[in-house]
Design a protein around this ligand. Structure first.
Ligand SMILES: [Zn+2]
Length: 401
């Protein structure tokens, strides 16, 4: 197994744990900032490290189109290319194909889609989506799935679920045959770059044998049908992956429905493997899903909202563009310990935003990410309370960046 997961404590259904990846340990529950094109918009990598980000998400669809997988692979994968030595997860590209492409064509073989950049035609099969993600070299990669649209009738949800299951088998088969091709040298001595870390590739937090290659997660689908979700979970688990994602949620359904589907699906996933809920949510929702037993989450909301001047605070949402803040000397969130709230006034943040200053996007994003990370940190702490902790980070050989 290449990704290892260790449960450290539970409180009710909630779990706190450690996800051991080839590029470091990730404490869970974790919120993963989205770096679509190899960049969390507006925030440099060293600042992300300062904020305590342990894992980033990259989007295969976007990186495949620009700059292209081969360019990234030659630079040592995403880690080398973007000079980020901590963990990375890439999605399969499926969600973007389904959300950005009205003209997509799905067949048993895969999905044909048009680039949103220039209209050119492309094709993802489970195999080519794996090849792309192996080339990008994230620590955790995702099987190609069909993100079932909402609303979908029961027959449509079942057909889509069955297709995703067949694609999961094909994804795993291709991955198992090609996983040694990861650009940061899983071969350990077979042309892999020399280790820069101070630990040998076999050192890890759990004292076991962590081979330095990627971990492939399966994705549970099934639309909003609870029995299909159960079946999808059981059959995906039967295929066997080191972690499981819940996909096809947050696609337009009411929030209560999302919550219900997640809650009903979790009991059908193994307790000793990480559970990743894709594409949610507000800070309150992130905390609530962690309470249900979700270990990993990602969402563009904190970064995208920040760029639109929408800030999450302990007192609720703040739209910093409003004139009422023009002379407001107070901190954005007096209960937030982030560098933005410690230094700047609401009046200044409002001025930056109203003036279209680049710094507005940077500061707003830093605060929103801090707020999300603090929220999840508090959740972790409350789960772990009273639990002893003991671990040593694991480091694999890495490329020169
Ligand atoms: Zn703040």
């Amino acid at each position: 197994m290449t990704i290892q997961f260790q449960l450290e404590g539970t409180r009710g259904a909630a779990r706190a744990g450690r996800l051991v990846t080839p590029h470091g340990v990730v404490e869970t529950p974790v919120f993963m900032p989205v770096g679509t094109l190899g960049s969390v918009k507006g925030v440099a990598q060293d600042l992300l490290e300062d904020l305590g980000v342990e894992i980033l998400l990259g989007n295969t669809y976007h990186l495949y189109l620009r700059p292209g997988v081969e360019t990234v692979r030659r630079m040592g994968g995403l880690h080398g290319f973007m000079a980020w030595e901590r963990a990375i997860l890439t999605d399969s590209g499926g969600f973007q194909v389904f959300s950005l492409n009205q003209l997509r064509k799905v067949s048993e073989e895969g999905v044909t889609f048009r680039s949103h950049l220039d209209g050119s035609s492309h094709f993802f099969s489970p195999e080519s989506a794996m090849a792309a993600q192996i080339g990008l070299g994230a620590d955790i990669i995702m099987a190609l799935d069909e993100c079932t649209e909402y609303p979908a009738g029961r027959e449509r949800a079942r057909a889509s679920m069955e297709l995703t299951l067949r694609w999961a088998e094909r994804s795993k088969k291709y991955f198992e045959a090609h996983k040694q091709e990861v650009p940061w040298g899983s071969g350990r001595g077979k042309g892999s770059p020399p280790s820069r870390g101070d630990a040998s590739p076999n050192d890890n937090a759990l004292g076991g044998d962590v081979k330095c290659t990627q971990g492939l997660f399966g994705i549970v689908q099934g639309g909003m049908e609870l029995d299909l979700r159960k079946e999808s979970a059981e059959r995906t688990v039967a295929i066997g992956f080191p972690g499981y994602a819940l996909g096809g949620l947050s696609v337009g359904e009411p929030r209560e429905r999302t919550f219900e589907v997640v809650d009903a699906t979790i009991p059908h996933l193994p307790t000793d493997k990480p559970r990743y809920l894709m594409g949610v949510g507000t800070p309150e929702e992130v905390a609530a899903y962690a309470g249900l037993g979700i270990d990993m989450m990602d969402c563009v909301l904190p970064t995208r909202a920040a760029r639109h001047g929408l800030l999450f605070t302990s007192g609720g949402k703040v739209s910093i563009k409003q004139a009422r803040y023009a002379r407001d000397e107070s901190a954005l969130d007096p209960n937030c310990g982030c560098r933005v709230c410690q230094r700047y006034s609401r009046a200044y943040l409002r001025h930056l935003y109203a003036s279209g200053e680049v710094l507005a996007q940077v500061l707003n994003t830093v605060h929103n990410l801090s707020f999300y990370l603090d929220t999840v940190r508090r959740v972790r702490h409350s789960i772990r309370l009273g639990e002893g902790t003991r671990y040593h980070p694991s480091v694999c050989s890495r490329p020169k960046s």
